[in-house]
Structure formats: structure tokens, C-alpha cells
Design a binder for this molecule. Structure first.
Ligand SMILES: Cc1ncc(COP(=O)(O)O)c(C=O)c1O
Length: 428
């Protein structure tokens, strides 16, 4: 039998001529079409789609496809031209990533959200979408080290000027905003590692009065503690590597914002490609199912650790939003003060902190936060390593300072671990 005979027999030829005539063809290849092909072709095309019929999976699938095809090229063309919704190429949009973005927008109360490959990619994306060469940004000087470097170095080299300020000085911020007419004001809800709280509602008002957008990095607070958009932020940014993912097994970033800004971010991402990968998006999507439970338990544990440290004279000072007298209480939902705290070990320097970290059994010393397991970090040799000792003293970061991210373990076990490690650190 010739190939043409076999195509005729299997209907493949008919399907092929339908396509040529521009009629719809059912995809994928049928079993009889596959049977007419050579084994090497079958191995490429068999099993390439999953048929679910009316069944709806109870968990979202991970779509790893690079590209999406349609029964006719006209349909593909309509999606490409944005005349019809759909997917073309995963750098432009992917169903699993989109499922995460829809979930985040629903949680944050925004029109839309855009998922990124890291928190830094998200921060770069939103700043670059709002600030043009020649624009001014006013940013909190307490922002995460890489954000400081991005604004003060990389973006400065690209013509965006950033003025760093003490974001708690609202009068100073107001007059600088009036004078410089910034494109945007950037702050973190709770600063790292001293847990200084930005007054989100007041900063939003200052930004809007100056015609600026207000971008808030809400990574430390989470949407469970601080409802950033309801308080006036125009865009809220996260490292989803942290609480959103929550299990220390993914790297990602999120921006939740209006449709207008999200559209710009998506167009920018078509060129920059700072997109989230489908599997990472899926991990964050699974993580956010328990975000509320985890953050409430972590926050309760953090409050217990703070109460214990406050009573313990081995802790020289404790930093925690709940201890600040001028706290804007309306931005802390349900009396939650977050999962993060820091404290100074009495009389300690680098050696004592290293002994403390090495003695920990349950708590892990690691450069991240917001996980189900408790974590510590030594800011002087990690997040703020790039600063001179003098600069660290100026900000208030002593060599004996330790940052703690409370996990969801039993608080008694976390405290017992801190207790024995403090004894080891101060034994000599
Ligand atoms: C407050 C804050 N924002 C942004 C980032 C950057 O996130 P990523 O490491 O996912 O790029 C971090 C990382 O630690 C962070 O702590």
C-alpha cells in the first residue's frame, strides 16, 4: 500500500485537504492517523494532549507548553492580534501563570496581577514601567539591599534618579515630593531588619497630591496583615519567594495593580521576558491556599517570641512592629503584627552571633524569610554586608543583631531552640 493509499484509508488525506481549504480540523491527530505513520513520527505526536471531556480537575494543571496552536491559522492570528483571548507563546502568557495572576488579583483586591521570575524582576518591572529616563523616584532608604542597588545604581545609570529618604519623616517626604514631582514613591511596609513601619495611607496621600504613583513592597507584611491597595497603594509588589510561596522551594515575584499598569507590565515582559515559569507559578498558587493560615500562625508565634525575648536579659533590644508606639494600627489587620522580628544579643559581635547560629537545631540560619520553618539571618554579614561598619551603625544595624522569621512550628520548640543557642553563644 502506498502512503497516499494509507492516508486515504485513515482519513488523514481528507483532514489535510480540509486544512488546505481552510475548514476546521479536529486536533490532535486521531489514532487512525497515527497508525498510518512511521514509529518515529508516532513517538513525536502520540499522547501530546490530554482529553478531559467534561471533567474539571480539582487542582490546576501545570501547563509547560512553550507555544499554543489552534485548529486554523486564522484563529492563531486573531489571538496574536489581541482580537481574541488565548495563548500563543509562554513568554507572552501561560495558563498556569495566568491562574496564579488571577488568584493574586483576587486576594489583593486589584484588577490584575503579573507574576515574575523573582521579586527583583517584579520591582524592576514596576519601576521601569512608571519611571522614564529623566524621572525622579523617592524611595525609603531602608529598602531591601538589592532594591537600593537597583534604584541607586542600575536605574540611576539608565537615567532614573532616586532620592533616598527616611520614609517615617512624613513632613520631609511631603516637601520633597512637592519640590521634585517624582514619578513614583517606593517604600516597604515593614523595613528589613529593624521592622520600621511605613504609614501606608499617609504616604499614598502624599504621592497622589504630588501626581506620583505609590508602589509598596508588602513582602514582609503580606496581604493578610496589610491590605496595601485598600490603603492607597497603586501597585503592590511581592517577592513570592517568601510568604506567598511559603515553603522555601520557589523563586518568584508579583505585582498586583490596575489593568492599565498591568497591561504595560505585560507588554514590557514580552520584550524583557522576566516571566514566572509555570512550575514556580504553580508552587506559589499552591502556597497561597494556606497563606492566611500560615501567616496567622507565624504572626502568633512571632508575638510569643517577642514576649519571651522582652523578658530575657540576654536580648539587648527587640525590634517588632507591635512594639512601636506611633504605629498606624489601621494597617495591621486583626491586630496581626507580622511574622518578622529582630533582636540584639547582649554584648555580642560577629563571633557570638556565629556561635549562636551554629548552635541552633530547629531554626535554620538562611538568607530568606516567610517559610513554614523558622529562620534566622545575621544582617551585618548577609543582607547588609555591602555597607561599611560606619554605615551600618548609622542605620542602627549592630553586629550583634539577629533577624528572625517565625515559622509555624510550636512556639515552645522555637523558644527552647533560641534559649539553648543563646546559652552557647554567651558561654565564654
Ligand atoms: C522585601 C524584599 N523585597 C524584594 C526581595 C527580592 O526578592 P527575590 O529574592 O525573590 O528576588 C526581597 C528578598 O529578600 C525582600 O526581602
Amino acid at each position: 500500500m502506498t502512503l497516499l493509499d494509507s492516508m486515504e484509508r485513515t482519513g488523514y488525506r481528507q483532514a489535510f485537504s480540509n486544512l488546505i481549504e481552510g475548514r476546521r480540523v479536529t486536533m490532535p491527530l486521531t489514532r487512525s492517523e497515527l497508525d498510518a505513520m512511521q514509529p518515529s513520527s508516532r513517538s513525536i505526536h502520540a499522547g501530546s494532549t490530554v482529553r478531559l471531556g467534561d471533567a474539571q480537575p480539582t487542582a490546576p494543571p501545570i501547563h509547560v507548553a512553550t507555544a499554543f496552536t489552534y485548529p486554523t491559522t486564522d484563529e492563531l492570528d486573531a489571538v496574536f492580534a489581541d482580537n481574541s483571548s488565548g495563548y500563543v507563546y509562554s513568554r507572552f502568557g501561560n495558563p498556569t501563570v495566568n491562574a496564579l495572576e488571577e488568584a493574586v488579583a483576587a486576594i489583593e483586591g486589584t484588577d490584575a496581577a503579573v507574576a515574575y521570575g523573582s521579586g527583583m524582576a517584579a520591582i524592576h518591572g514596576i519601576v521601569a514601567a512608571i519611571a522614564r529616563p529623566g524621572s525622579t523616584v523617592i524611595a525609603s532608604r531602608d529598602v531591601y539591599g538589592a532594591t537600593h542597588a537597583l534604584l541607586g545604581g542600575y536605574l540611576a545609570d539608565n537615567g532614573v534618579k532616586t532620592i533616598f529618604v527616611d520614609i517615617r519623616d512624613l513632613d520631609g517626604l511631603g516637601s520633597l515630593a512637592r519640590e521634585h514631582q517624582p514619578a513614583l514613591i517606593f517604600a516597604e511596609t515593614v523595613s528589613n531588619p529593624l521592622m520600621r513601619v511605613a504609614n501606608v495611607r499617609r504616604i499614598a496621600a502624599i504621592a497622589h497630591a504630588a501626581g506620583a504613583k505609590f508602589v509598596l513592597d508588602n513582602t514582609f507584611a503580606t496581604p493578610i496583615v496589610t491590605r496595601a491597595v485598600a490603603l492607597g497603594a497603586d501597585a503592590v509588589v511581592y517577592s513570592s519567594t517568601k510568604h506567598y510561596g511559603g515553603h522555601g522551594d520557589t523563586t518568584g515575584g508579583l505585582v498586583a495593580t490596575s489593568n492599565d499598569i498591568a497591561h504595560k507590565l505585560r507588554e514590557q515582559n514580552k520584550l524583557i521576558g522576566a516571566i514566572a515559569a509555570p512550575f514556580d507559578a504553580w508552587l506559589v498558587l499552591r502556597g497561597l491556599r494556606t497563606l492566611d493560615l500560615r501567616v496567622r500562625k507565624q504572626s502568633a508565634n512571632a508575638a510569643e517570641l517577642v514576649a519571651w525575648l522582652e523578658r530575657d536579659d540576654r536580648a539587648e533590644s527587640v525590634n517588632y512592629p507591635g512594639l512601636q508606639s506611633d504605629l498606624p494600627t489601621d494597617q495591621f489587620c486583626d491586630g496581626l503584627h507580622g511574622t518578622m522580628l529582630s533582636f540584639e544579643i547582649l554584648g555580642a559581635g560577629r563571633d557570638e552571633v556565629f556561635r549562636f547560629q551554629d548552635a541552633l537545631r530547629l531554626i535554620q540560619p538562611a538568607t530568606t524569610l516567610g517559610d513554614i520553618g523558622s529562620l534566622v539571618l545575621h544582617p551585618a554579614t548577609s543582607s547588609h554586608r555591602g555597607l561599611t561598619p560606619g554605615q551600618r551603625v548609622e542605620i542602627g544595624i549592630a553586629d550583634g543583631l539577629v533577624r528572625v522569621s517565625a515559622g509555624i512550628e510550636d512556639a515552645r520548640d522555637i523558644i527552647a531552640d533560641l534559649d539553648q543557642a543563646l546559652n552557647v553563644a554567651l558561654a565564654r
